[in-house]
Design a protein around this ligand. Structure first.
Ligand code: PHE
Ligand code: ZN
Length: 849
C-alpha cells in the first residue's frame, strides 16, 4: 500500500461532480477471497461543470478491465481512484474489479462476518467495492445482480427476480452510494407485514443467523411501531414493497440505514428476556426507529456533502427521541438524554476534539460521527422547535419534504424552510451550527417592588480554531415558584440574544424562586450561585420534572465536591431529601431511580477542573463510595422493604413501567449489598429468570468483590452467546476496584474468547476500562499502557474503531502533571506507530494539540 500524507478537506472547496449518473448496474460474483464486481454505469457529462475531470473513487480494488462505450480503456489508477479521458456526450462506463471480502477486517466495503457477506458503505466504503463517484450528492437508481451459493441474497429496493444461485434487485429511488447494501448468507427470516396509510402492503423481514430466530419479535414490533408513528406524527409513509433488516455480529457502529436493507449490529436488534437487559430493549427500540426514520431524513433527502452530516443525523436523533418520548415516559427520556449529552457531548465540546455541529474541515469523515453531530445536532433542532413553536415546526418540516424530496441538501436548505414558512430571521440561530463549544449562562436575579428581574449573561469558551464567539440565540425556559412551592408563573421561553440581557416579571407579591432552563431547553452550562436550601426546595416542589431531577443532581454534585475538596461528610440535608424522595411511592419509580443515580465521576472531574482544581480520580471515587455507604446505612431500615416493593413479579415484560421499577430495584440492591455483604444479590442471582435481574445481581456482587462463583456460572451458562459474553467481559472491568481494573482488563484480553477483530468484544473490554474513571486513571498508568497497546494492535486491522476509542484520552488535560506526562507518552507512542491509519492519526494529532 502506498502511503500518502493526510489531506484536509474543506467545506469551502465544495464543487459538484462534473457528470450525472443516470443508472448503475452491478453484478457480484461472490467468493470469499476473490469476489468479482462488474459495473455498468451510464454517465452524462454536465456541460456547465467547473471541474470536468472524470475521476472515480476506488480503494483496494484490483482492476481487471475497463471500457467506455464498449471500447477498452486504460485509466490512470492511484491508491485513491482513477482518472480517464471521457466523452463529452453521454457514455457507458464498464469495469470489472476483484476484491477480498475475507481479508477485510476494517469492516468497511464488502466484508465477511461469521460466514456471511455484508457491506458497510457510509461514509466512504463504496469505493472499496467498485470505482465510482463516491460522494453523497451523486444519486442514481441501482440494479443489482448477486451470484452466489448462499441461501439468501439481498440488496436494496424491490426483488425483481431470483433463481438457483442468483437474485436481482432494483431500487427505484435515486440514492447516493453510501446507502448501497448487499447481504448474502444462510440466514433465517422473522417475517411480518405492514399496510401503510395509503393502503400499500409492505413485506417486513428481520434476517438472522440460525439460532437467533427467537430474538427477533421485539425488533419487529419496534419496526411496526416506528412505521406507524412516522405516518401519524410526520405524515411520512414507507415507499418500497419490502423492508429488510439484517443482524450482523461484526459491525463498527450501531446500525445503518441502507435503503430498504438496514444492517444492524446484532447487539442493536436481537433481544430476548433471557439474554437482554431492559436497557438493551429500550436501545433496540430506539435504534430500529432511528434507522427506519432515516428513510425520509437521510435517504429521500440526503446530504450534499459530509460536512452536512448533522442534517440527517441531528434530525433523525431528534425524531427518534420524540418517538421514545411517545412510547415511554417523556420526562424520563429527557433526563436520560441530558445525562448522556453531558457525559459524551460536553466532554467533547470542552476538550481538544471540540468541533462545530457542522464542521468546516476534516481529514477522515469517519471521525465525525460524534456526539456533537448527533446529540448536539438533535438539541439544535429541539431549540429551533421551541423557538418557532410546534405548529410552525410542523409546517416548516412539511415544506422541507415538499421542496427537497430527492435532493442532496445543506443546513442552509434546512434553515431556509423555517425562514420561509415563519418569516423569522435565523442568521443568529445558525451560529449553533457554526460555533463550537458549550455556552455558559450566568444567572443573577433581583427583586424589588413586586418586580422580579432575571439577568442572563452568555459566553462560550474558546475551542480549537475558534478563539472568539458571538452571542447566540438561546431559548431559556423559565418558571417561577412561590415560597409555598406553588407555581406563580408558568413556563415561559426567554429568548436570550445579547451577551447580557435582563428579563422582568411583574406583579409578584414576594420574591419567587426561579426554575431556570426547564426541560433543559438549551445545551448550555448554567452558572448560578444559589443555596442548597433553594435546590432542596426545587427538588421537593418543582413542577418541571427535569429541573426537579436537576436540583437533586446539583445537590449530589456539590456534596461530593465538598467531600473531595474539604473532606466534608455527605451533606445531611441532601441525604434526608434524597431518602424522602426514594421512599415516596407516589413518584414514578424510573424517576426515583434517576434521582438516586450518582453524578458521573467524569462529570465531577470536569466540574472540578472548570473551577480551577485538578481532579483526583481516586478522591472522586472515594467520595462516591463514602456517599453510597452513608446513604445505605442511613436507609438500613427501609432498604429491605424498598427492595421487596420494587421487585417486579410475574413474567418478564420490557415495558417502560416494569423497566423503571426494575431499575430502581437494581439501585436498591446495590445499596443493600453494602450492608448484607451480597446475600440478597446472591439470592437474586440464583433466582433470576431474566437478564436484567441476573446482570444486576452479578454487577452488585462483582462490585462487592463477592462474585467469583457467579461470574463462573454466568460464563458456563452463556459462553455460547456472543452478545451475553460481551456483557460478561464488560461487567467485570466496569465493576473492578480502581487498583484492579487494568490488570483484570489485561487478563481478559488474553482470554480465549477475546477477539480483537470483533468490535463489540473489543469495546466490551477497552470501552469498559476507559469508562471506569478511577481504574483507567489509576496511579502508575497501567490503564493507559494497556489501552494504547491494544489501540496500536487494532489500528492495523480496524482503523475506524481504533480512532473512535482514542477519545478515551480527550479529557487528559484536566489531570495532574504526572498523569498528563504518562498519557502524553502513550499518545506519542500511537502517533509514532508505523503505517498508522489516517483515522487514528487525525484523532491523536487533534488530542495532542
Ligand atoms: N448512519 C448510521 C446511523 O446513524 C451510523 C453509521 C455511520 C453506521 C457510519 C455505519 C457507518 O444510523
Ligand atoms: Zn443515523
Amino acid at each position: 500500500m502506498t502511503e500518502t500524507a493526510p489531506q484536509t478537506i474543506y467545506l469551502k472547496d465544495y464543487t459538484p461532480f462534473g457528470f450525472q449518473v443516470d443508472s448503475v448496474h452491478l453484478t457480484f460474483h461472490l467468493s470469499p477471497k476473490a469476489t468479482r464486481v462488474v459495473s455498468r454505469i451510464e454517465f452524462t457529462p454536465q456541460p456547465d461543470a467547473k471541474d470536468k475531470t472524470f475521476f472515480l473513487h476506488g480503494e483496494q480494488l484490483k482492476l481487471i478491465a475497463a471500457k467506455i462505450d464498449g471500447q477498452p480503456v486504460s485509466p490512470a489508477v492511484t491508491p485513491q481512484g482513477l482518472t480517464c479521458d471521457a466523452p463529452t456526450e453521454p457514455f457507458v462506463w464498464e469495469a470489472e474489479v476483484e476484491i477480498n471480502p475475507q481479508g477485510n477486517t476494517a469492516l468497511e466495503g464488502l466484508y465477511m462476518s461469521n460466514g456471511m457477506y455484508c457491506t458497510q458503505c457510509e461514509a466512504e466504503g463504496f469505493r472499496k467495492i467498485t470505482f465510482y463517484p463516491d460522494r453523497p450528492d451523486v444519486m442514481s437508481t441501482f440494479t443489482v445482480r448477486i451470484e452466489g451459493d448462499e441461501k439468501v441474497l439481498l440488496s436494496n429496493g424491490n426483488p425483481t427476480g431470483s433463481g438457483e444461485g442468483w437474485a436481482e434487485w432494483h431500487d427505484p429511488w435515486p440514492k447516493p452510494a453510501y446507502l448501497f447494501a448487499l447481504v448474502a448468507g444462510d440466514l433465517i427470516n422473522h417475517p411480518d407485514r405492514f399496510t401503510t396509510k395509503s393502503g400499500k402492503d409492505v413485506e417486513l423481514n428481520i434476517w438472522v443467523r440460525p439460532g437467533d430466530e427467537d430474538k427477533c419479535a421485539f425488533g419487529m414490533e419496534a419496526l411496526i411501531k416506528s412505521m406507524k408513528w412516522d405516518e401519524d406524527v410526520y405524515g411520512l409513509e414507507y415507499d418500497l414493497d419490502i423492508f429488510n433488516i439484517v443482524a450482523v455480529d461484526d459491525f463498527n457502529m450501531g446500525a445503518m440505514e441502507n435503503k430498504g436493507l438496514n444492517i444492524f449490529n446484532s447487539s442493536c436488534v436481537l433481544a430476548s428476556p433471557e439474554t437482554s437487559t431492559d436497557a438493551n430493549f429500550e436501545r433496540i427500540e430506539a435504534i430500529i426507529a432511528h434507522e427506519y426514520f432515516h428513510n425520509w431524513t437521510g435517504n429521500r433527502i440526503t446530504c450534499r456533502d459530509w460536512f452536512q452530516l448533522c442534517l440527517k443525523e441531528g434530525l433523525t436523533v431528534y425524531r427518534d427521541s420524540q418517538f421514545t418520548s411517545d412510547m415511554r415516559s417523556a420526562s424520563v427520556k429527557r433526563i436520560s438524554d441530558v445525562i448522556d449529552l453531558r457525559g459524551r457531548q460536553f466532554a467533547e465540546d470542552n476538550g481538544p476534539l471540540a468541533h462545530q455541529v457542522r464542521p468546516e474541515s476534516f481529514q477522515e469523515i469517519n471521525n465525525f460521527y460524534t456526539a456533537t453531530i448527533y446529540e448536539k445536532g438533535a438539541e439544535v433542532i429541539g431549540m429551533l422547535k421551541r423557538l418557532v413553536g410546534d405548529d410552525a415546526y410542523a409546517k416548516a418540516v412539511a415544506l422541507y419534504f415538499e421542496r427537497h424530496d430527492g435532493q442532496a441538501c445543506t443546513i442552509e436548505d434546512w434553515l431556509q424552510v423555517f425562514e420561509d414558512s415563519t418569516g423569522r430571521d435565523l442568521s443568529q440561530f445558525s451560529k449553533w451550527y457554526s460555533q463550537a463549544g458549550t455556552p455558559r449562562i450566568k444567572v443573577t436575579d433581583d427583586y424589588a417592588d413586586g418586580t422580579y428581574t432575571l439577568t442572563l449573561e452568555q459566553s462560550t469558551p474558546p475551542t480549537p480554531g475558534q478563539p472568539d464567539k458571538d452571542p447566540r440565540v438561546i431559548p431559556v425556559a423559565v418558571g417561577l415558584l412561590g415560597q409555598n412551592g406553588d407555581e406563580v408563573r408558568e413556563t415561559e421561553v426567554l429568548e436570550l440574544t445579547e451577551a447580557k440581557q435582563s428579563f422582568t416579571f411583574e406583579g409578584l407579591s414576594a420574591k419567587p424562586i426561579p426554575s431556570v432552563l426547564r426541560e433543559f431547553s438549551a445545551p448550555v452550562i448554567l452558572e448560578r450561585e444559589t443555596t442548597n436550601a433553594e435546590r432542596a426546595f426545587l427538588l421537593a416542589h418543582d413542577s418541571d420534572s427535569f429541573n426537579r431531577w436537576e436540583a437533586g443532581n446539583t445537590l449530589a454534585k456539590e456534596s461530593r465536591i465538598a467531600m473531595v475538596l474539604d473532606g466534608a461528610a455527605p451533606d445531611a440535608d441532601y441525604l434526608d431529601a434524597l431518602i424522602k424522595l426514594v421512599r415516596d411511592d407516589s413518584l414514578d419509580p424510573a424517576f426515583r431511580s434517576l434521582v438516586l443515580s450518582p453524578p458521573s465521576q467524569s462529570d465531577l472531574a470536569q466540574t472540578l477542573f472548570e473551577r480551577g482544581h485538578t481532579p483526583d480520580p481516586q478522591a472522586i471515587y472515594d467520595a462516591a463510595e463514602t456517599f453510597a455507604q452513608t446513604l445505605a446505612e442511613a436507609m438500613t431500615d427501609s432498604l429491605p422493604r424498598l427492595y421487596a416493593d420494587t421487585t417486579v413479579q410475574g413474567d418478564y415484560s420490557p415495558d417502560a413501567a416494569s423497566a423503571g421499577k426494575r431499575d430502581l430495584n437494581t439501585r436498591i440492591l446495590s445499596l443493600l449489598t453494602r450492608l448484607d455483604g451480597g446475600d440478597q444479590a446472591a439470592r437474586q442471582y440464583a433466582d433470576a429468570d431474566n437478564m436484567t435481574v441476573q446482570n444486576a445481581a452479578l454487577a452488585s456482587l462483582l462490585k462487592a468483590e463477592k462474585g467469583a462463583e457467579q461470574s463462573q456460572t454466568f460464563f458456563d451458562q452463556w459462553q455460547g452467546d456472543r452478545l451475553v459474553m460481551d456483557k460478561w467481559f464488560g461487567l467485570q472491568v466496569a465493576c473492578a476496584a480502581p487498583a484492579k481494573a487494568a490488570g483484570l482488563a489485561e487478563d481478559l484480553t488474553k482470554h480465549a474468547l477475546f477477539d480483537m477483530k470483533n468490535p463489540n468484544r473489543f469495546r466490551a473490554v477497552m470501552g469498559a476500562l476507559a469508562m471506569n474513571q478511577a481504574g483507567f486513571h489509576y496511579a502508575g498508568g497501567a490503564g493507559y499502557k494497556l489501552l494504547t497497546d491494544n489501540l496500536i494492535a487494532l489500528d492495523a486491522l480496524n482503523p475506524q474503531t481504533t480512532a473512535r476509542m482514542c477519545a478515551a484520552y480527550q479529557t487528559w488535560k484536566r489531570y495532574d502533571d504526572t498523569r498528563q506526562g504518562l498519557i502524553r507518552t502513550q499518545l506519542e507512542r500511537i502517533a509514532g506507530t508505523e503505517n498508522l491509519s489516517r483515522d487514528t492519526s487525525e484523532m491523536v494529532t487533534r488530542i495532542l494539540n
